[in-house]
Design a binder for this molecule. Structure first.
Ligand SMILES: [Zn+2]
Length: 132
């Protein structure tokens, strides 16, 4: 199966993911993906691709961020606990600020990744708004 962009959907996804993780539009790579650190732009200022087409479109990115952060938190707490002589509560207390920093760092990454996933899915489904 090929997409309208000349490659298969996985190529569209990997190209879009690479561009989105750099904060660029997954279609053209020129427009900015974010209006601010934690807010997506409404659309690409270069090609017009709409990033937020409907209410709740970014719910998947919040689930992704929560799931990845929870796994990170669990691994970090276990790592701190087994590599020190601290109690479990001390390990959690020490890990908590690091987990919060990770979450602040990862949230925009999960939003960008979700835009790339939606774009690749919409291209594969030949949605009209994905056409340049
Ligand atoms: Zn664009």
């Amino acid at each position: 199966m090929t997409s309208e962009h000349g490659g298969d959907p996985w190529q569209t996804f990997w190209r879009g993911r690479r561009l989105a993780m750099r904060g660029r539009c997954p279609r053209c790579g020129d427009g900015a993906l974010f209006a601010s650190r934690f807010r997506l732009a409404k659309s690409c200022d270069a090609c017009g691709l709409v990033y937020r087409r409907e209410e709740g479109a970014q719910t998947g990115s919040m689930y992704l961020c929560a799931a990845v952060t929870e796994v990170f938190a669990a691994l970090l707490c276990v790592l701190v606990f087994v590599s020190t002589s601290w109690s479990a509560w001390t390990s959690i207390a020490v890990s908590l600020p690091i987990v919060l920093l990770f979450s602040f760092w990862f949230l925009p990454k999960s939003m960008a990744l979700w835009v790339a996933v939606e774009f690749a899915s919409d291209v594969a489904n030949r949605e009209p708004w994905t056409r340049p």
